[in-house]
Design a protein around this ligand. Structure first.
Ligand code: FES
Ligand code: FE2
Length: 398
């Protein structure tokens, strides 16, 4: 068993010190959350996945289109994770009520007129090999998107899922916690290349890692990180010395108080040697990818897993006691606040369930900004593009 597997917790394990720490410090964040990889959902597949204390049922139609619905049948409440896709319809097993692609009830198992009781659907999108579902604490429709990233290499992406304790925000925050790359992950040194850019629901940070290895000596890794909300982050890491480019998508999803599922997807490619003619250079690149792909993926998972014991047992500090040498965590936390209810709305607390939210959401109008690429989830209008370069801000209260 790899170390990165041993460091993950099985879903049947009991509470950890983090679970026992009391009331979680943060509510569930709003935005897009990954619930599956695309290849887990072939045509006609029905899948149940947790999100924010409640099940979500995903299914794929024969046309390839995806649907996400709340789990209980509007008739008498059977769990739709037991349903089947027949033709274009989702059919509940209890009384064979069938629901069309738009969620409308189109027939009953009795042959009688279908009632006007549609499925409770959720916004869903499929991008970069993963399936994301939108959830917003005030029922707002999606007003930002996750873009499609470049696809590198000639082989399918590799991916894995872990279940961990902790807050999804802290997974994303990891990318600006520059100090821990040396102290926990073993890099010789890491630094932010430019100030972090925050632009609506997106942020961008450039990192340069200084590494050293036997045979290779000293070398650098250039990392461009793009985060979208608190549920998706793309890291494009290039190691010039090896000609290796690796794209890692990190997708933490809050499934309950103090609990998350963590999905990671990797693609890689090796540069084509410039001294060889085109076809031979491509062959060398693709062969290296085929022979080393598994080992590079395992190394990437090991790197990620170094954080697991910390997340499984830590407490969310607010405010944190930051110090010189930390990354720009203070500014990140200010940005992250936009994904949560305003303080007065948080009376229900972080343990509140999506079920509670559900009663706020029916009939929420589609956002007039639904086609904007990026907008801050709690700010309107779109904030100006700005940067933060104040590492170690001590003014955080969140
Ligand atoms: S509960 Fe689903 S059809 Fe009756
Ligand atoms: Fe980390």
């Amino acid at each position: 068993m790899g170390l990165w597997r041993a460091r993950a917790r099985g879903i049947t394990e009991g509470p950890t010190p983090a679970d026992r720490a009391g009331r979680p410090a943060l509510p569930y964040p709003s935005g897009w959350s990954a619930l599956a990889f695309s290849d887990e959902l072939p045509a006609r597949k029905v899948l149940t996945r947790p999100l924010a204390g409640e099940d979500v049922v995903l299914y794929r139609l024969p046309t390839g289109a995806l649907r996400a619905v709340r789990p209980y049948c509007p008739h008498l409440g059977a769990h739709l994770g037991l349903a089947e896709v027949e033709g274009e319809d989702l059919v509940c097993p209890f009384h064979l009520f069938a629901f069309g692609p738009d969620g409308t009830c189109v027939r009953t198992g009795y042959g009688t007129a279908p009632p006007r009781s549609p499925l409770d659907t959720l916004p869903v999108c499929e991008v970069n090999g993963a399936v994301f579902v939108w959830r917003h604490h005030d029922g707002r429709a999606p007003d930002w998107t996750i873009p499609a990233w470049h696809v590198i290499g000639g082989r399918p992406a590799r991916h894995t899922t872990w279940e961990l304790c902790g807050q999804v925000q802290e997974v994303i925050e990891n990318s600006v916690d520059v100090g821990h790359f040396a102290t926990l992950h073993g890099w010789k040194k890491a630094e932010t290349g430019k100030p972090v850019v925050y632009d609506g629901a997106r942020f961008h940070v450039s990192l340069v890692a200084h590494e050293s290895a036997p045979l290779l000596g000293d070398f650098t890794v250039e990392v461009e990180v793009d985060g979208y909300g608190l549920g998706c982050l793309h890291a494009d890491a290039y190691t010039p010395r090896l000609g290796l480019r690796m794209c890692t998508t990190v997708m933490p999803t809050a499934i309950g108080p103090h609990r998350m599922q963590f999905r990671q997807l990797n693609r890689l490619e090796f540069a084509e040697p410039g001294f060889l003619p085109g076809p031979a250079a491509r062959l060398v690149s693709r062969t290296a990818e085929r022979l080393l792909g598994r080992a590079v993926f395992r190394a990437s998972c090991e790197f990620t897993a170094a954080d697991f014991p910390v997340w499984n047992h830590k407490q969310y500090r607010k405010p944190p006691r930051l110090a010189h040498g930390d990354g720009p965590i203070g500014a990140f936390r200010q940005w992250a606040r936009g994904f949560y209810p305003a303080p007065a709305e948080r009376e229900e607390g972080p343990g509140r369930t999506a079920e509670a939210d559900r009663h706020r959401t029916p009939g929420a109008p589609a956002s007039p900004h639904a086609h904007e690429a990026v907008r801050h989830p709690r700010q309107a209008p779109a904030p100006a593009r700005h940067t933060h370069a104040n590492p170690g801000s001590r003014k955080d209260t969140f």
